[in-house]
Design a protein. Structure first.
Length: 474
DNA sequence: ATGTAC
């Protein structure tokens, strides 16, 4: 920290005297040495106001936990957790932090839980860990799906051999910039707005709450948002012909997108988590796993809203893919897409269950999926093997190695430039928190899930667009 | 991940 922040400054930020102020000062003593004091102040203010967003932060989680605990004193009428919970399978045991395992242990103790699994890219999240799969009996957990409902991958493989990509950087860059929009709160207005059948879905009329969100959904249709979302050109390599996809051995130009249901889904998630927490009182350690009975009005409303958010996320990808396919004048040979933040009704060992995948790729037998690496590491087109112990699931990426805060502190701009140059990747936007070094090694993660998926083809990013880091600043 | 409220 370039200037000292005192207890007085913290009090002005709203930190109450006592344990929390002490913890904050302790953290400041040992961290953020290279960061401007006003940046650190902004960060602390965020922790104070939105502590739930910092529960997986290596440095700030202690402070965030203390703030949440102080605001949520224990109350009565609480649903009891199960003492001897069922076990679950962990894939890639060695790569997974304790925080994620602890969260999964708690999720297994819910009275509605039937089975669980942890994917090799798992890390601590909010409620259910990212990379957590949970099968419940007739209950839906809004935070078992996550804030970005229907967050998904979409891949279009074009009839363009690799050799026609090179030398056309300017064209690919121009179209990528012209037809994508990034950053929290970003939208289109007037005639810029995209059209899609999803806008006519009768489900927008299911409740007044959903009806109110139609305008926002329309304006944000075809936008990508922020965080780890991206739109990228790359080369996909089929080492051999795939009969099922009917695609020959070779290297093709492809488009890969990662984004979700934008403000629409986030609003649905926030609303129904709040409702679930009011109805379903759980002990403090499980508070974010509040669930809705599928037979209740609220449960049914969430189910409709969640599915609409999933279809909306899919529509956003479709709009982006259509615009870019047209812009480069290509024909799509194969399209593959999959949600990785969602819940499905699936049959497991003869019983119909609600399978929540929060940052996990569906991997039922023969089911196609996409597991991205990072902006420089390869992604993989996979085919599920239908492994029951993973509840027909696989990882949804490499998983973070560093929290965003840690990445910003420890990775430099020149580190980032060097690794991009090394891999011959052009980057538009993105902050240091999305640097490849902030992610686990995708090859290790793939090696930990050979029982779960077969690799069909390998995707190498060539030109990546993400949100500018400025778009996340307050 | 989102975008409001501090």
């Amino acid at each position: 920290m370039k200037t000292e922040i005192t207890g007085k400054t913290l009090k002005a930020l709203g930190f109450a005297e006592g344990k929390i102020l002490g913890l904050a000062l302790e953290i400041l003593k040992n961290n953020f040495q290279d960061i401007e004091a006003n940046e650190v102040q902004k960060l602390l203010k965020k922790v104070k106001n939105y502590p739930e967003n910092f529960l997986d932060d290596e440095i700030l989680s202690v402070l965030a936990t203390a703030i949440i605990e102080e605001a949520n004193p224990r109350s009565d009428g609480i649903i009891e957790l199960i003492a001897n919970a069922k076990t679950y399978t962990v894939f890639g045991e060695g790569y997974i932090e304790d925080g994620a395992k602890n969260q999964m242990n708690i999720a297994m103790k819910l009275p509605v839980t039937e089975a669980g699994a942890l994917m090799p890219d798992a890390h601590q999240g909010y409620g259910l860990p990212i990379g957590g799969v949970l099968a419940t009996r007739n209950a839906i957990i809004p935070y078992g799906v996550g804030v970005d409902i229907g967050c998904r991958m979409a891949l279009s493989i074009f009839d363009i051999p690799e050799k026609y990509y090179f030398g056309k950087d300017a064209m690919y860059k121009r179209e990528l910039i012209a037809h994508t929009k990034f950053g929290a709160g970003q939208n289109y207005s007037g005639n810029e707005r995209a059209d899609h059948d999803i806008l006519d879905s009768d489900d927008f009329n299911a409740t007044p709450f959903l009806k109110n969100l139609h305008g926002k959904a329309w304006a944000q249709l075809g936008t990508s948002g922020g965080g780890n979302h991206f739109v990228e050109w790359g080369i996909i390599d089929f080492a051999e012909r795939d009969e099922i996809l009917n695609i020959d051995k070779g290297r093709y130009v492809a488009l890969l997108t990662h984004s979700g249901s934008r403000g629409f889904g986030a609003t649905v998630a926030g609303q129904y988590t709040k409702i679930a927490k009011e109805i379903c009182k759980l002990p403090k350690e499980a508070i974010n796993l509040a669930y809705l009975d599928m037979n209740s009005a609220e449960g049914q409303e969430y189910w409709i809203a969640m599915n609409l958010a999933g279809d909306y996320a899919s529509a956003c990808h479709e709009v982006i893919h259509k615009k870019l396919t047209k812009a480069i004048g290509a024909k799509v040979l194969v399209k593959v897409e999959n949600h990785h933040n969602f819940a499905w009704k699936e049959t497991l060992n003869g019983e119909e269950l609600i399978v929540h995948r929060k940052g996990a790729t569906p991997a039922g037998k023969g089911v196609m999926g996409i597991i991205p690496g990072s902006m420089t590491a390869p992604g993989f087109l996979v085919r599920g093997k239908g492994e029951t112990s993973s509840i027909n699931s696989a990882s949804h990426g490499a998983g973070r190695l560093m929290s965003r805060t840690k990445a910003i502190q420890s990775i430099t701009k020149s580190d980032m430039k060097a690794i991009l140059k090394d891999h011959n990747v052009t980057l538009i936007g993105a902050g240091l928190d999305e640097a490849p070094m902030a992610y686990k090694d995708i090859n290790q993660v793939m090696a930990a899930q050979t029982e779960l998926v077969d690799v069909i083809a390998k995707f190498e990013p060539k030109m990546v667009r993400m949100a500018d880091d400025g778009s996340r600043e307050d």
